[in-house]
Design a protein around this ligand. Sequence first.
Ligand SMILES: [Zn+2]
Length: 663
Amino acid sequence: MFIYFTNMRSIQIACILLMVHYGVIGQDALSPRIANYTIDMNLDVENKQVNAKQTVIWINPSDAPVSELQFHLYYNAFKNSESTFMQEGSINGGMSSNSTENCDWGWIQVLSIVDSAGVELVGAGEYIQPEDNNSKDQTVLRIPLDTPVAAGASATFNLEWQSQIPKIMPRTGYNKDYYFMVQWFPKLGVYEPAGMRYAEEDQWNCHQYHASGEYYANFGNYDVSISVPNDFVVGASGQLASKKVAGDLTTWRYTIDDVIDFGWTASPQFQEIHEQWQGVDIKMLCYPDHVHCAPRYFGAVKAAFAYMDEHIGKYPYKTLTIVDPPIHGLFTGGMEYPTFISSVSFCFLPTGIRTPETLVVHEFVHQYFMQMVATHEVEEPWMDEGFTTYFEGKILDGYLGEHQSTINWLGVQVGNADFNRAEFFHSSNPQIAPSSTKSYEYTEGGYGEIAYNKTALWLTTLEGIVGTRTMNEIMKTYFDTWKFKHPCGQDFIDIVNQIVSKNHGTEFGPDMNWFFDQALYGTDLCDYAIASISNDELKSPTGYLKDFENCTTEETTLAAYYSKVVVHRLEGMQLPLEVEITFENGEKKIREWDGRERAITFEFRGDQKIVKAIVDPQGKLTIDKNWINNSYSINPNKTGVQYYFSKIFLAAQRALESLMVLI
Ligand SMILES: [Zn+2]
């Protein structure tokens, strides 16, 4: 279809014609539609294979010709024990001998890739390993082009490929008659022109598939026809455009525009349950014994729809599919793909343990961060997992109650923010890496606790410092500015600086970089503590008060005290904070501190003793690691007991959630 032109005007005309032909240009295009896929595939349930024909229309977004393509072949992570994914993860060691004997591995092979001039390119292809030089890793395929794609031009490539579906690996695979098919097709990396994100020169950004970290992709339109046995039910990203029966097979055709990926699932046992939210068709797919879970999922996800719509922006797609995997598909739970998310089958938990609600809200928020705001999940996981965890807390607290949104069971109440704190501070080393770490560079652990929980904690701390109104404006402006684009961390920081400066001038300094230097790029912890309270009775002045001969004491009638509160900074992080001092008569005074020195003393003279002092009385600094030492009373109470009691239940919840390695 595509013909190579040699001048720019011809290129532009050709692009327009081509894009109109394929519907790449639509009046309501939300995104640049750089990488567009039409896939026609057959699911071979006998051999657990996919056979597919795939057309890719790709637009060169740079100012210079591009002479090669790079494709992700994610399924080759499951080809053998030597892939980078398997070497990094613990899955291989956990594979049963039965699985090894049955060869439950998977792979994907590109059989043919033909350009628009009819030239077969696959023979020149080679596997590359941009990160680790593991020559056994085949998750990135480089295809040199016979004819370079000109600057700004569009090019069409026709592929044929085949894959062996692995028996349930992390995120994808089959088990029995359940199929969860994600990161399943040859998918282009992102060609980043110089100046995009951190690119200093034009480059392919196409990471190998790592055990941690998911994907990063350009926006585009998808048209996927999935042929399965007639008794299968298929759910997928986007809308069902048609369903045609031919012999033993039914072809389910799903389409969706302006997304960065496409996932699907199939099983003959799926039940479909539908609800609506303001014109969006919400579909739940589950096995028959889980139909009763539907109200929990729908209730929580509708709360998430409402929150994101009000605070961030409208959900622009027509569908959302929630997959509740069967128990033998547990590893595919807790995942997010455009308009297509999976939860985990934990509906056996009492309604007071909110794991199903937490998961579905978390995965839904990913529709915004990182589906619409398409950050790089591998290079900067904090920008999607941390944001998602932050919003998950806000939504669940609003829906279920602030201090009971994670557990409200048998009299124990734990909120989402409490849970984030427990996850982070009780990890084996909360300082093992900064939040800015790439997903696959958390080699010694900490990915979940830092990319997810620590980021959520410092985002709520930032909100505490600048105020909720300013924080809401930051998040909405960030979304409006960067939706359907690919921001990097600095782009978010720039928005924070812009909004804080507009709303608060220089109240927090010339910019907020000092905050990000510590919270995002640093590993210091935060802990402020009331060290002591003292109330010394002021003695009457005495001594040689008037002359050199008469030793006297002045008569005073009022009792008076010289009172002090000493506050310590026990860790490295320096944040502005308030200290609330309560006097005997109930009077409270607030003192502000920039939090920079190691200690500060607040002094008072008067007729009232200090009875209590609290650091950060409003709990703005959620990243403060120890709240027990935040308050000090000369009449101590027992608030710590409830805290430690709660921790027992947090540990139980954590054990359950640790099964869901992928949220
Ligand atoms: Zn997530």
